[in-house]
Design a protein around this ligand. Structure first.
Ligand code: CMP
Length: 139
């Protein structure tokens, strides 16, 4: 069984589609193993996205991620890292497949509604960034 970190970003929370996003995960057989709503500080957002710190969009991205509350979740299931990425669609909503979350709800490459870990190592780092082991329920 694999785990991944999912974030509903400030634009997704503001659009009132928390339930819509969760419904897509649950409909695909993915289990929510942990969940909370938080409002990141700038330094917390910079820590989370540290791999992107040299990218030109880093400052704008970390400003955006602190612009409102987010929902962070641990998703669990078989092959869930790839499954989640399929459900989200490509980072750039213009390239995302029809029917994916980003294709339907994203408005630009930054405000793309959701985040999902891209590999097992990043999933381990990202899950531990937000949750300790007592907060994660395997079901
Ligand atoms: P995410 O999957 O959370 O990973 C990094 C984020 O940076 C990405 O989604 C977007 O929100 C944001 N971003 C902004 N501009 C770009 C870009 N040109 N390429 C990739 N990601 C970008």
């Amino acid at each position: 069984m694999e785990r991944t970190l999912s974030i509903i970003k400030p634009d997704g929370v503001a659009k009132n589609i928390i339930g819509e996003v969760i419904k897509r995960f649950e409909s695909a057989g993915i289990k929510i193993a942990a969940m909370k709503m938080i409002h990141l500080t700038k330094s917390q957002a910079q820590g989370f996205y540290a791999v992107h710190k040299e990218r030109p969009f880093f400052d704008s991205l970390t400003d955006f991620m602190t612009s409102g509350p987010i929902v962070v979740m641990v998703l669990e299931g078989e092959n869930v890292i790839a499954e989640n990425r399929k459900i989200m669609g490509a980072t750039n909503f213009k390239e995302a497949e029809e029917g994916t979350i980003r294709r339907e709800y994203a408005t630009d490459i930054e405000k793309n509604v959701v985040h999902g870990s891209d590999a097992p190592e990043t999933a381990a780092f990202e899950i531990s960034y937000f949750f300790n082991h007592l907060e994660i329920q395997s079901r």
